[in-house]
Design a protein around this ligand. Structure first.
Ligand code: PRX
Length: 650
């Protein structure tokens, strides 16, 4: 039987040279779920341990006794695994290629030896500033090599890093600093993106004026653009000055496998972002192993992930995974359309990139400009393409495959989350037939299942909520400072399983198709935004009485942000006020939370018990007023008509 046109069977040439072919996948997958202890024990040997673990898996998903431990008696240091152990064989190999925002500024190539030295110097400086094992350090940097250096230097001294994305504003920085009581912040004078500058140091200054941030003793400032910034002595120190005379060797801290490596804040259903905590051993095993197999890594690859280090993709697949594997990873400071929309492909040609990993939103934005900007470049070095962050629509998948990859490079559509630490469902290039829009099969050790709203497990072809039945080493261990929230968010909805928050379909072949979030999280250009966060930013404005925020389908971003706002009695709506409220959200959270639409709502559709019916608001935002469903349970059904009229401009 010939395959249907929507299936791209594994390329026999790719399979012949791949680490994992179809048979190996089937065999290893079966083994990984039948005997996780043995499987992950063996995989754990890929790291360099200071003390070899003998206890591999110690997990209970029962909410009453929840615990997740991997390699619990092992000891290691993540920076040693990413740097020191490569020095002998790969000392001169390029660890990081840095491509700046402005192509005229010239790229940098940093060898493993040079990176090791930079990390050691910063680690020594951190120690001299009083940073000790277990202390929290906030990193608020642009996409420059110092971001990776800072993460690894924290790991070296056992400090827990919390990277805050450069697109967040002062309030968001302050919340994150306060929540984990950071002792030190590493930032830069400014960032550069698409020819514009981002006032990073000024944002930190503003954040540190806000309540709850007194824990910060020191701010290290990387001189990047050279702009004049306000240095407040003795708190603020130049990065160069404190690192320059430090020794180039630094004794790494011995870390237990279950000691925290980092905290990364992500949005959930409530207004307060969660501090997702990852630990050292299991995370590093999982990030490096998935990176090696999903990208079918080879020694001479030049690997480029376009994510920002402020997100988990940057943590696992720019820094920890690739460097633990001794790979060459490219870090790009800029954006896809600067100086023009060929930039990604120019960078691919310039650095002879072989593996390219990006987000659907970037693909869709570039697709809009047609094939020309792509076809102007060669891209002959590419052999593998990856997608992450949101569902990829089949049309964008095909454009990526056919135009960017010249129908030559497999596309790995990787489903995972901040919480999962690494890729969970994805094709393996030598083993899995590809289907545009499907993340296909679970990675080794991952046991996905679909459940209905009552929690009953659905078999065969089905659609439901995606849960994971057993632990994997890269799983988050807790919500920093709020273990109860960890249990309640992930393990109570469908007892005994990890609940992802995503909806998903499984087809007749057993391939998984992620359909998107089923909770109050919206995925804007692959960035998670909690509707409650945007709502609380809106109601913090003195003229706003109430706000309800929903996602709506957006051609480029995947989802956009749609806000309904009720003003306080006596306040008049105006175009000016609309702009003011949008600007208010940007300054409260950051530009990534900018509402795409803001509609005045004289009233919101509520049940008699006062619960806002978001389903109705989503349909109005989607411009599908004929699909509102049953509105008879509303306290005041007439508000719906007025919202629909306003939406349609009647
Ligand atoms: O809804 C899923 C979507 O992104 C969410 C996780 O977001 P975050 O924690 O920010 O991590 C993003 C990078 C791993 C998921 O719950 N998502 C991520 N990858 C995919 C995806 N949806 C569909 N297909 C994917 N490949």
């Amino acid at each position: 039987m010939s395959p249907s046109p929507d299936i791209h069977p594994v390329d026999p040439d790719v399979a012949a040279n791949a680490r994992i072919d179809r048979d190996a996948y089937e065999r290893l997958y079966a083994e990984s779920v039948a005997d996780p202890e043995r499987f992950w024990g063996r995989v754990g040997e890929r790291l360099e341990w200071m003390r070899t673990p003998t206890r591999i898996k110690d997990v209970d998903f029962d909410a009453r006794n929840l615990h997740i431990r991997w390699y619990a008696d092992g000891e290691l240091n993540a920076s040693v695994n990413c740097l020191d152990r490569h020095l002998e064989a790969r000392g001169d190999k390029t660890a990081l290629v840095f491509e700046p925002d402005d192509p005229e500024h010239g790229a940098q190539h940093i060898s493993y030896r040079a990176l090791h030295e930079r990390v050691c110097k910063l680690a020594n400086a951190l120690r001299s500033l009083g940073v000790r094992k277990g202390d929290r350090v906030t990193i608020y940097l642009p996409m420059i090599p110092e971001a990776a250096v800072a993460m690894l230097a924290c790991a070296r001294v056992g400090a827990i890093h919390s990277v805050v994305f450069g697109g967040f504003a002062a309030n968001s920085i302050a919340d994150r600093v306060a929540d984990c009581e950071s002792k030190l912040i590493i930032t830069a004078d400014e960032g550069r993106r698409g020819g514009r500058t981002v006032p990073l140091k000024a944002n930190v200054d503003a954040a540190l004026k806000l309540p709850g941030t007194n824990s910060v003793e020191t701010v290290l400032v990387v001189r990047h653009t050279g702009a004049a910034v306000d240095m407040q002595m003795p708190r603020d120190r130049w990065y160069d000055a404190v690192t320059k005379d430090q020794p180039a060797q630094c004794e790494p801290e011995r870390m237990n496998a279950e000691d925290p490596l980092f905290i990364l804040y992500t949005s959930g259903s409530t207004g307060k972002p969660k501090g997702v905590l990852h630990t050292t051993g299991g995370y590093l095993v999982y990030a490096s192993y998935t990176h090696e197999l999903v990208f079918d890594l080879r020694e001479d690859d030049v690997y480029w992930c376009t994510a920002d280090v402020g997100w988990v993709t940057g943590h696992s697949y720019i820094v920890y995974g690739p460097l633990a594997n001794g790979a060459t990873a490219l870090m790009f400071e800029g954006v896809p359309n600067h100086p023009d929309t060929s930039r990604f492909w120019q960078v691919v040609d310039k650095h002879q990139v072989t593996i390219f990993y990006t987000a659907p939103t970037a693909i869709r934005a570039l697709m809009r400009d047609g094939d020309g900007p792509v076809k102007r470049t060669s891209r002959s070095s590419l052999r593998l393409l990856g997608s992450v962050g949101e569902p990829i629509n089949p049309e964008a998948w095909r454009w990526y495959y056919e135009v960017v990859g010249d129908s030559r490079c497999p596309v790995v559509d990787t489903w995972w989350q901040t919480e999962t630490g690494g890729i969970m469902i994805s094709p393996l290039p030598g083993a899995t037939d590809l289907k545009p829009g499907s993340a296909t099969r679970p990675f080794f050790g991952v046991r996905p299942a679909l459940v209905d709203t009552n929690g009953a497990i659905l078999e065969g072809e089905a659609e439901g909520n995606l849960v994971i039945l057993d632990s994997w080493p890269g799983q988050m261990r807790t919500v920093y400072g709020d273990h109860q929230r960890f249990i309640d968010t992930y393990f109570r909805t469908y007892p005994g399983t990890y609940f992802s928050g995503d909806g998903c379909r499984r087809d007749a072949d057993g391939d998984y198709w992620i359909t998107g979030r089923v909770d109050d999280v919206i995925n804007v250009s692959g960035h998670r935004i909690g509707t409650a966060e945007v709502e609380s930013a809106l109601v913090s404005h003195p003229k706003v009485a109430e706000a309800a925020v929903v996602g709506f389908p957006h051609d480029i971003k995947g989802q956009g942000i749609y806000a309904y706002v009720t003003l306080l009695a006596g306040e008049m709506s105006s175009e000016e006020l609309r702009k003011e409220l949008v600007a208010h959200v940007r300054s409260e959270i950051g530009p990534i939370a900018t509402p795409d639409h803001l509609q005045w709502a004289p009233g919101l559709p509520k049940t008699r018990s006062g619960k806002i019916m978001r389903r109705i608001l989503r349909k109005i935002a989607e411009n599908a007023p004929d699909q509102l469903g049953d509105t008879s349970t509303l306290a005041d059904p007439s508000v719906v008509q007025s919202l629909v009229d306003e939406r349609l401009g009647r």
